[in-house]
Design a protein around this ligand. Structure first.
Ligand SMILES: *Cc1c(COP(=O)(O)O)cnc(C)c1O
Length: 410
């Protein structure tokens, strides 16, 4: 069995006496405290440090919003409410989580295609800003506002007329279900002026999970240029400009953590022109994965170990129903291993090449393929790193009717 390339160690979590520690607690003790495996553990100190690192690296004019869809666990959102400048929502369910925190409604916005009339009414009544995804949605927001006797706060989500050269998940440019094509925006703004809507500005989202500083810098430049061009099409002042997010985290061999310093320098260079052209604009970057992804670990337990035709399988009580992304079935084109260790034998030099699978009756339920890991035994704990974003929330928990996973913030 040929070994797949191994990862750089995930240095954000210390290993003491061979045991992974999360929030200063050994993994064995933490599992006893939770009372069950599998579970997700998120480290609040790492989330705090990540926001601080962003603030230290980006110009102070850039406001940081958390995109809740990356990890909507209420305790995580509550923790972030005290750290970031605002929240971005993608559903009324997320709106409830956000409004249960001290974050003021005027620092919350909602995006997403397919907002129902009921969701729009909820958002208007709450006083949050709706990022309009189409002309039709704009008219429905106007009607809902009239009905409620409240002037809705809106911004126009723009599908940019550029896309990113390099990797990452594209969410703008070309034909997309997100936002309004940049070339349609001038006509939309004309119509918007005839409706009872408080217009705040633009939301320009170009992509996600990008690890190339040059690509992000180019996207920022093009986003600023596009916002300035579009602002010339309206007599309303631009009070808010959301420049998207897109900052990625490393998952796979060869990927490195983003260096924010060139991105910060580039923004510092771009800001003076923007401030001249859009003097009232508050600039926002919205991030999900970058804020929480590295702070989370998924833990499951080895139930059985078996050999099959020359390969060894560690069979766990976890699986893709809790962690679809680690199985490679959430947007990966070629399946690659997430960083995985045997969490209670993290320093063992006695290794072997194994597959780690979940408990589901499907061959898709693969958590690690041909990785060199410490020789494990039943009841040992498997840790999957980089699991704080799009882990639990992006998984088909009801598939095969196994027990639900528990989430904790340590
Ligand atoms: C998903 C999403 C985000 C968050 O993306 P990350 O890659 O997690 O940072 C931000 N804004 C919008 C509109 C989104 O749909």
């Amino acid at each position: 069995m040929k070994e797949k390339p191994i990862h750089a160690p995930m240095t954000q979590f210390p290993i003491i006496n061979g045991e992974l520690h999360i929030g200063g607690i050994s993994i064995t003790q933490l599992a006893a405290r939770v009372g069950q495996t599998p579970f997700y553990a998120y480290d609040r100190k790492l989330i705090t440090e990540r926001v601080q690192h962003l603030r230290n690296s980006l110009p102070k004019e850039i406001h940081i919003h958390y995109a809740i869809k990356a990890n909507p666990m209420p305790a995580v959102v509550q923790h972030l409410a005290g750290l970031v400048d605002g929240f971005d929502l993608a559903s009324a369910g997320e709106m409830k989580t956000a409004l249960d925190t001290p974050m003021p409604a005027n620092r919350i916005s909602m995006a997403g295609p397919g907002k129902t009339d009921n969701e729009l009414r909820q958002a208007i009544a709450a006083g949050i800003t709706i990022n309009l995804e189409s002309e039709g949605e704009m008219r429905r927001v106007h009607q809902a506002g009239e009905h409620l006797g409240i002037t809705p706060h809106v911004a126009v989500r723009v599908n940019p007329d550029y896309d990113l050269k390099s990797s990452g998940m594209k969410m703008g440019g070309g034909a997309k279900q997100f936002g309004v094509d940049a070339e349609r925006v001038p006509a939309m703004l004309k119509e918007l002026d005839t409706l009872v809507l408080a217009f705040f500005g633009f939301h320009i989202f170009w992509g996600s999970q990008n690890l190339k500083p040059e690509a992000i810098m180019e996207a920022h430049k093009k986003t600023f240029d596009l916002a300035i061009r579009l602002s010339e099409q309206t007599s309303n002042p631009i009070k808010s400009l959301n420049i998207g997010g897109g900052l990625g985290i490393p998952y796979f061999p060869g990927e490195k953590r983003l260096d924010l310093s060139p991105i910060g320098d580039n923004l510092n260079q771009l800001l003076p022109r923007l401030k001249t052209k859009l003097p009232e604009a508050e600039i926002v970057t919205e991030l999900g994965r970058y804020l929480v992804g590295e702070a989370g670990v998924y833990i499951c337990k080895i139930i059985d170990i078996k050999a099959s035709r020359g390969e060894k399988f560690l069979i766990t009580n976890g699986g893709l129903h809790h962690h679809l992304a680690a199985s490679g079935n959430f947007g990966q084109i070629i399946r690659r291993n997430y960083p995985v260790i045997i969490a209670n034998k993290a320093r063992s030099a006695d290794t072997e090449i194994v597959n780690i699978v979940g408990a589901l009756c499907t061959p898709l339920d693969l958590l690690a393929s041909k990785m060199a890991l410490a020789k494990a035994a039943p009841n040992d704990l498997v840790a999957i790193f980089q699991s704080g974003a799009y882990g639990c929330t992006a998984s088909p928990e009801r598939f095969l009717s196994h027990p639900a996973v528990v989430e904790i913030l340590v």
